[in-house]
Structure formats: structure tokens, C-alpha cells
Design a binder for this molecule. Sequence first.
Ligand code: AMP
Length: 434
Amino acid sequence: MPEKFQTPRGFKDILPLEHNFFTLIKKVARHRFRQAGFLRISTSMLENLEVFARGIGADTDIVSKEMFYFESRSGKKMVLKPEGTAGVIRAFIEHGMQSWAQPVQLYYFEPHFRYERPQKGRFRQFWQCCAEVLGARDPLVDAQIIILAWKIIKDLKIADSVSLQINSLGSPADRAKFIDELHNFFEPRSRALCDDCRSRLQKNPLRILDCKNEDCQILVKTAPKLSNFLNDDSRKFYEQVLQFLTDLKVPFVENENLVRGLDYYCDTVFEFQTNSDGAQNAICGGGRYDGLCEILGGPATPAVGFAFGVERVIEEMKKKNISPPEKDFTQIFVACLGDVAQSECLKILSDLQDLGIHVRGAFGKSSMKSQLKTADRLGAQFCLILGDVEIREKNVILRNMENGEQENIPLDEVQKVIAEKFPPQKRDFYNLEI
Ligand code: AMP
């Protein structure tokens, strides 16, 4: 027996029913992005390692252990993109977007890849729906982007189990001072930390703050507070963001321990979290990253963005029994027997598709009984039946699949009869407007 293959660990196929969720989320997000003047971008799936190593930070979890890394045939160090922002900045610089109208507002819906230990809500390939605003440092912009994410969450009907957590990381200098203090605080207490946090203490002490381990959390309660390290400008900036959110009635919770995993963040950071207990309860994360463009060799370009984890949004929708509309139904099935009927069958299929009807036919040589069974399995409302006799008599049988009633209709009236049964609002039209 030849070996049967499966998707690699942490990867999965998206089957048609699951795609209904993807389609809905993409539609909702695109609608909101367009209203707010965002343009779509897709950056390349592969990037040079340095884009992320320099951009995200060599000591972050993502870069130090989670990248799908390989050497190209010519010896270049390449990675499958683990997140979107650094690639967007690379594209911003490469395509000279600093000369576009500022700020540049971009959105994308893309797969990302991280070599993480797969578990519930955590995959090695996962989709993100993201927005980035490049070229503005203004609390209004931060508030605007958070409001946009909140609108998407409300449109998807999951707002009542989601809370917005927000914090400010201050400037890179504030953060560096704070990290020193954290290090000094945890070093003598390191034996009480979990294994992960002991290694974080050396590499990235900030991440101890959002560790879920209970012992670590007890220590964190008495640890130095980031808010005591913010410079005046950052403090004012943060207060304004909160004020704008309050003015627009967007509920939020200030969370001093929210630090996010990547080095490039400064000032505003936020996450939309579900109220489920699991560790993977963030459905959207974002923040400001004013220094990233310069780190990647571009002009000073303050920026802010967010990323939704699409699979986690879907999980939350399923938990609340929210299902996307099913639009892939079959309205009419065309069954045919005999060689002469085949070409007529093809013509009917084509004509009815042009009318906006969802129609499919049997092209094999199976019996009429098995064709009708297929029509039934597909849930077709009507079946058009064509055999050599019908063709000779220039007729076609129209069978109502619900009650089994049949009638003969003249071949040249098929479109008219079907159009009467399916008024325009029951048909599928797409206006290409080219
Ligand atoms: P991050 O910027 O890493 O916080 O990612 C933003 C969002 O993407 C998170 O809030 C999650 O919803 C989602 N996400 C991140 N990593 C994964 C993963 N490995 N599997 C599924 N979703 C993920």
C-alpha cells in the first residue's frame, strides 16, 4: 500500500464549510477597512531572516525559536513570514511609500508561520487580518485604529465576550530603564520563577509580566510598575488615547502587565481578549511601533497597527453558535441520459448560470436513479431531466425535488420558467463594473 499523507503538524486544510467563516470575516473586515480608507497589500511569503531578526528582536520567542527558517540554494537565510508588520515596513521602504499621501493606511489578510508547539488556538500556519497606519504619531490615530478593530468585533457579533486590554510601554529609553529595574527585582527572586521565566529573565524580562504561571503572577504583583517609568510625552499620549476611547464609548481595561511579545512596540499596546480561561485568549493584538522603519533602514516613520488571529475569531464565533451564511447551495441539478442530451445539458447549465442560478449537472454516464440521488444529496430544489426522448420531442422534465412533482416544459422555455421560479432576489449576481 502506498503511504498516505497528512498535513504537517500544526498545519491544516481549510475545507469549504470552514471557508464560509473566512469569507465572512474577510468581507466584514474589508468593508470596515474600505470605509476608513485603507488599501490592501500582500507582502511576500518569504523574507530575508534579517527583516525579522532586526525588526522583531533577536531575543524574542518568535525570532529565537519559532521561525520556519531555511537556507536557499544560494546560501541566503530565508524565513516564512512569522508576522506581517516587519514585511510591510520592508515594502514601505522598498516601494518609496513615504512619498504617498501620509499616513499610509494598509490592510492585509494573510497566512503566517510560526514553529510553535501546536495546541488549542495555536497553529504553525495561521491567518491574520491586519491593519497598519504608517507615517503618523498621534493619539487620534491609535484611537481610530482601535475603534476600527472594535467595529469588526461588533460586526462579527462576538463583542459581548471580548474585552479590550490596553497599556503604554513608553519610549524605548523608558522601557530600557524599566527592564533594568525588572531585572534587579527578579534576579534575587529567580528561584520562585517558572523555567520559562528564568530564561526570560536573561533575555526578555518584560515577558515575565504576562506569564500565566501562578507563582510568577504572585511575584509580578509586587514588581516595579511600568507606569512609574513613562516620560511626560508618553504619559500624555496614553491619556489622550484613553480619553478618545472613552469619548467614543469603547470599553477598555487598563492592564499594566500587557507587554506584547515583540521588541518593536512603544507607547500604546493593546489586545482584545476573550473571557475564556485558556492561555490563547487573545483574538487581536496591536500597538505602536515608531522606531521600526528606521531599524529596517528606512526614514523615521511612526506607525501603529493590529492583527486579528482569524482562527481564534472563528473559534469564538463557533462558541457562540454564530454561523456564517451558507451561499454555496445548489438550486438546480441538470440530469441527462444519452449522448444527444449531453450538449443540450451543457447549454442549459451555461444559460442558467448566466441567469444567476446556482446550477450543476451530471457529466458522467451514471444512471438516472443515481443522478437523482446526487441531486438530492446536493439539496437541489429542482432537477431538469433530459433524455434522448425529451430531446426528440424538444421537451425537458422539471422535477420538484421536495414533493416529487414533475412537469414537461418546452426546451426553449427553460430559462423563462426557471426565471419565474427564482425571482432576482433569489439569484446570484456579481457586478464586475469593469
Ligand atoms: P501577535 O502579534 O503575535 O500577538 O499575534 C496577533 C494575533 O494573532 C494573536 O492575538 C492571535 O489571535 C493570533 N495568533 C498569533 N499566533 C498564533 C498562532 N500560533 N496560532 C493561531 N493564532 C495566532
